[in-house]
Design a protein around this ligand. Sequence first.
Ligand SMILES: *Cc1c(COP(=O)(O)O)cnc(C)c1O
Length: 357
Amino acid sequence: MEIALRLKDEKELKEKPTDESKLGFGDIFTDHMFKMDFVEGSGWINPRIEAYGPISLDPAAMSIHYGQEIFEGLKAYRRKDGKILLFRARDNFLRMNNSARRLCMPELDVDFVMEALKRLLTIERDWVPKSKGTSLYIRPTMLATEPHLGVRPAKEYLFYIILGPVGAYYKEGLNPVKIYVEDTYVRAAKGGTGEAKTAGNYAASLFAAELAKKKGFTQVLWLDALEKKYVEEVGTMNMFFVFEDEVATAPLNGSILPGITRDSVIRLLKSWGIKVKERQISIYEVLSKAENGSLKEAFGTGTAAVISPVGQITFKDKDFIVNKGVMGELSQRLYNELVAIQYGEAPDPFGWTTVVC
Ligand SMILES: *Cc1c(COP(=O)(O)O)cnc(C)c1O
């Protein structure tokens, strides 16, 4: 499929942020976006790169009423020599196809969307910031556009990719976060849509997250929906615990989002000869090990923060301090290694990065 290019004139281009130290997250977008449409019977059609701007949707578009919306989140990084790198991008599109299947949405041709992303990045390459820790965030998105009221899978969809420069997640070093163990509300239940990156999961998480924020916590630690006992995720990150004899994270059993950072951390740890287990982790195990000192470190993993150290876990008004509230050695080593691979500053033994342009 030929990608049509309808690029802006040079003089219409937006002004790029001049002070990269002030870059935040999610508010600035580049000049162009990739788009294509899906129509049942024809498949994906009309791929194009055009000016970034509002999309027009019928008020009866089925995504609005019945929630068929999925997305991905990944980053492009600028290497010291100016080249632009992608980190495990194919894995994001493979995961998007898993989300699509779960939501009865059409799958993407992974090779084609990889090509489309590379074309878009090449056009927008000047938008990839240069300072340490900054990157270009990439948000592939798919939604049902067919105008119809009545619950069934839609027959028409829009897929697009938007880009925006984002700042260093950690401006003053990696400060451990305080997390609140949520034992009333749940994020996802086994058999539900927790393993899909779909909008509804985030809508469902807001209420508990706001309550936790009001109490002064940064993130919610989610427990399993059935027994409210096993640790699932923290905020929108996967969760790891460093115990005396092993590193543990929850297994991918249906309610957990299979994070690409999670997988990278597991593979790095194994390559370092560190024992890592995907197993059910009871919150009571975590808290008793926090109390007796055999919980050494705890951290969340995700594309935005890479590694987010946890310094305090609060359960039913009782605070448990992890590693004296400072970032642990292993968390720091994982962070340093992953970031070095992403920015092309360390060897990439797993073949995770690709040079785009
Ligand atoms: C995206 C996401 C993650 C992290 O996935 P990465 O691929 O590592 O960025 C974890 N949990 C949830 C709920 C997510 O949406």
